[in-house]
Design a protein around this ligand. Structure first.
Ligand code: XMP
Length: 523
């Protein structure tokens, strides 16, 4: 792999993604990892990330000399560039001249590995206080900026490179090209991380891990569990059984998407548990949001537990004799790489984040987790999904909460109210899709205010119906969000269609609250 050494900024994941976009496999390691351990992983190249520290700070993250003198090609970025310069005998000055944000850099492209063919003046994204004032011996200075006399250096002999700015952010002109040039021309790494190859490698890995054992997977209809299931199916075929719990809180067409389209496209062996009645009964009379969540979570675990037992006992007997005591040994999880990195498990398989949807599995069913997506970023999961033939409607699905429509009905959840909300939601989704807004919107909950009624007029008659709220939001990670400025004509179409086509609804309102203070969902 190409190792991205994380010096503590939020940029390491971005760098790792950009390297993958250049068709090269990358992994993030903490700067505290000993150099010997980094090198033992035989990296094709090492990239040192930026970080919030000054090399002169007392607790400045340390760069071991061995990392830059072992012969492995290295690219230092921002803090990594300064730390590398210092270790190699260059000088880092406390210029006191901060450069932050868009900055003009002058580059010399001629004969340069990083910048050949690029314009001599570039706008780049800087974020630094100190600056490299003298490049290490043997390195050629190939860029400077007003605040950084040495804004880039290159040492082709030793294959050591560095830039002061952040080539991984989109605000840097030619940033991706700088990274690609380092990887291809500097480090001479082959571009083999393509979605076709990725699928092949992951399939091989799953086969090796699972062997002849049986595997079970809880399918939610979301992107991650669907792609994980499709991948395991590709690897071990009908050793896999998927369980899909229909709790009746899904949106229109979602159950069909899984039960028909997904099964047809992937050939998975699917057990559908129709638990609609059970959930409705458990939710009867309950309108407190937290209580609804608890009930839905509890019932979900019970149903999944029972289904898992059924799958296990269906395969007991012959299977158990052939494969030991546990007829179903593995449980598939759709864990992604950012979860792995954030839980500190980037280095191996030791620390597995316990995911909310595994939490309550019964003790007497001891599964081992198989996490086929744990090396992938979300955009890669989507590519892999497309490669595996997972239907686009699933691959590009927006986030949808586990408790589903149960937390989008303000008030008690009943079959009738679910039906009303499902119809309104389907109209809103169809119109947003038709307007080409799906990729601009993070998600758009439609919320039924079931306990609110207002007077309206339709035809010749007075109506006394319910309002629905449209809650379109834009977000990067759901931690913060802003309300999306959906064009008025699109809102008008949604509003008039819903009030015309869904009899019980006589008013459509728009939620114009950011998060914080509002959450994305209403409950
Ligand atoms: P909030 O409403 O907290 O939502 O701003 C943030 C993101 O999380 C989703 N969400 C949930 N997902 N179980 C889930 O699996 C839940 O109980 C739940 N509640 C909210 C929400 O749709 C949004 O994407």
């Amino acid at each position: 792999p190409v190792l991205v050494v994380d010096f503590g900024a939020q940029y390491a994941q971005l760098i790792a993604r950009r390297v993958r976009e250049a068709d090269v496999y990358s992994e993030i390691v903490p700067h505290t990892m000993p150099a010997a351990e980094m090198l033992s992983r035989e990296p094709a190249a090492i990239i040192l990330s930026g970080g919030p520290s000054s090399v002169y700070a007392e607790d400045a993250p340390v760069l071991e000399e061995a990392v830059v003198t072992s012969g492995v090609p290295v690219l230092g970025i921002c803090y990594g560039f300064q730390a590398m310069s210092q270790v190699l005998g260059g000088e880092v000055a406390r210029t006191g001249q901060r450069e932050y944000g868009q900055t003009r850099a002058s580059v010399s492209g001629e004969g340069s590995t990083l910048f050949e063919g690029q314009p001599p003046e570039q706008v780049v994204w800087m974020s630094h206080g100190d600056a490299v004032s003298v490049a290490p011996a043997g390195a050629r200075v190939t860029a400077h900026s007003p605040g950084a006399p040495v804004a880039a250096f290159e040492d082709d002999e030793r294959r050591l490179y560095g830039v002061q700015w952040h080539p991984e952010v989109l605000h840097s002109d030619h940033g991706q090209q700088v990274l690609v040039n380092f990887l291809r021309r500097g480090a001479r790494v082959d571009p083999t991380w393509t979605s076709g190859n990725v699928v092949e490698q992951l399939v091989e890995a799953v086969r090796a891990q699972v062997g002849e054992d049986r595997v079970i997977c809880g399918l939610s209809g979301g992107v991650d569990s669907s792609v994980a299931a499709a991948l395991v199916q590709r690897a071990v075929g009908d050793q896999l059984t998927c369980v899909f719990v229909d709790h009746g809180l899904l949106r229109e067409g979602e159950a069909e998407q899984v039960e028909q389209d997904f099964v047809e496209a992937t050939g998975v062996d699917l057990v559908v548990v129709d638990a609609r009645e059970r959930f409705l009964t458990a939710l009867a009379g309950v309108s407190d949001p937290e209580e609804k969540r608890k009930i839905i979570g509890r019932e979900f675990i019970r149903v999944f537990e029972q289904a898992a037992r059924d799958v296990v006992s269906a395969h007991e007997g012959a299977d158990a004799q052939a494969h030991g005591d546990h007829p179903v040994k593995w449980l598939v999880q759709g864990t992604l790489y950012p979860d792995v990195v954030e839980s500190g498990g980037g280095a191996g398989t030791a620390s597995i984040k316990s995911h909310h949807n595994v939490g309550g599995l019964p003790d007497d069913l001891q599964f081992q987790l198989i996490e086929p997506l744990r090396t992938l970023f979300k955009d890669e999961v989507r590519q892999v999904g497309l490669e595996l033939g997972v239907p686009e409607g699933i691959v590009w699905r927006q986030p949808f909460p586990g408790p589903g429509l149960g937390i989008r009905i303000v008030g008690e959840v009943t079959a009738g109210r679910l039906e009303v909300l499902r119809r309104a939601d389907a109209i809103a989704r169809a119109e947003l899709t038709a307007a080409g807004l799906d990729r601009d919107i993070w998600q758009c909950p439609v919320v039924l205010l079931a306990d609110v009624r207002s007077v309206g007029v339709q035809g010749d008659g007075r109506t006394y119906g319910h309002p629905v709220v449209l809650r379109p939001v834009s977000s990067e990670d759901a931690m913060t969000a802003d309300w999306t400025r959906v064009p008025y004509d699109v809102l008008a179409r949604i509003s008039s269609r819903i009030t015309n086509e869904v009899e019980e609804i006589n008013r459509v309102v728009l939620d114009v609250t950011s998060k914080p203070p509002g959450t994305i969902e209403w409950e």
